[in-house]
Design a protein around this ligand. Structure first.
Ligand code: SF4
Length: 373
């Protein structure tokens, strides 16, 4: 079944490390954007089955619940939504109130993904986030009261000045709240990020790489002990609470993206919408195509992507299934280069399954480089 992604490119302020497609919130622009989204969704309608909707951003929780409801309704009219459809809203703690959360729930949202990033106020300040730890906890509790029984929390590790012990404080605080799912990413600071200047001014540095490995392994170890199962390099979940939407990206699935900069992949074809918010709105209003860079993926690209994404999963890659789909014997082709990783114990291969153990996940880029043609 299809996944539907809806991009909401607005934020109340721009975080100093952010490299996403987003801009500052402005009510008039947002209203015109939502109208364009409804038009784009209506035009793309073909009634195919879909079982996930994911509002990503930006900060989708800046939309009014009535606007989220209108988009969900447009999706319902345009596709055949599964009775058990997963509808995720990415939310920032400072944007929610009890009423807004109840409104999102009534609009059909049944999964919330909060961008928490850290449970230490000093770290949140260094990242120029707008919320405090107290606000994050309050937002989580309010969401439970509003009836959300599927909540994911995002944390980031390798923050400026962060020690292993401080990272584990955040992990413990997350476990104490008891979300249903968690994502743990390493902060990557892109070359021109304002955070780089702030780090230079404040003389903040990041921990050495050995410490990052310890952060990753100890953090996930604590999640294991608390009953969460890792299913992807950066994601853990309680039973039945994996992100069905994100799994489509990692299991060769198909999805349609709406809104500026959204990507789509369907029947071996990939395209990307116009990135600029105003460009997107004008193109929709004029009846022009918003999809750009449309191209059919070559067999080699599809295989490469299946290997890259499949190896991100804890379950690993079933090489027979890859052979059935792409007519390529992966081990015959890459085994010579992969064997040293198997010998080091950072890659597992038993003749059928190729899988990264946790220590290997830390070397994922290096190992996956083998597949780059
Ligand atoms: S809230 Fe998220 S999308 Fe918005 S600026 Fe911050 S990191 Fe970027």
């Amino acid at each position: 079944m299809l996944g539907l992604y809806v991009h909401i490119p607005f934020c109340s302020a721009i975080c100093n490390y952010c490299n996403f497609n987003r801009g500052l919130f402005e009510t008039g622009l947002k209203e015109r954007y939502v109208a364009a989204l409804l038009t784009e969704i209506g035009r793309a309608a073909d009634g195919s089955p879909a079982d996930t909707i994911f509002f990503g951003g930006g900060t989708p929780s800046l939309l009014e619940p009535t606007e989220i409801a209108a988009v969900v309704d447009a999706c319902r009219q345009s596709w055949s939504l599964d009775g058990d459809v997963e509808i995720t809203l990415e939310a920032n703690p400072e944007t929610v109130t009890a009423d807004r959360l109840a409104g999102f729930r009534a609009a059909g949202v049944n999964r919330l993904s909060y961008g928490i990033q850290s449970f230490r106020d000093d770290e949140l300040e260094r990242l120029s986030r707008l919320h405090s730890v107290a606000r994050a906890v309050e937002a989580f509790v309010m969401a439970r009261v509003a009836g959300f029984d599927n909540i994911s929390l995002d944390l980031m590790m390798w923050l400026p000045k962060q020690t292993v012990a401080q990272w584990l404080e955040s992990v413990d605080a997350l476990i104490a709240l008891g979300p249903d799912h968690a994502s743990m990413y390493m902060l990557e600071i892109y070359p021109n990020a304002p955070l780089r200047d702030a780090m230079a001014r404040g003389q903040w540095s990041v921990a050495p790489e050995d410490d990052v490995a310890e952060m990753y392994l100890c953090g996930l170890g604590r999640m294991d002990a608390a009953g969460y199962a890792q299913y992807e390099i950066s994601n853990v979940a309680r039973p039945g609470r994996r992100s069905r939407h994100n799994l489509k990206y990692w299991t060769d699935g198909e999805w349609l993206g709406f809104g500026c900069g959204a990507h789509s992949t369907r029947v071996g074809t990939r395209w990307k919408n116009l990135s600029g918010t105003e460009d997107y709105i004008s193109a929709v209003a004029a009846g022009r195509l918003v999809a750009t860079e449309r191209r059919v993926l070559s067999a080699a690209e599809r295989l490469e992507e299946a290997l890259f994404t499949g190896l991100r999963l804890s379950a690993g890659l079933d090489l027979q299934a890859v052979n059935d789909r792409y007519s390529v014997d992966v081990w015959s082709r890459y085994g010579g280069e992969l064997q040293p990783f198997v010998d080091q114990g950072v890659l597992f291969y038993d003749g059928k399954l190729l899988r990264l153990p946790r220590e290997g996940m830390l070397l994922a880029h290096e190992i996956m480089a083998v597949f780059i043609g």
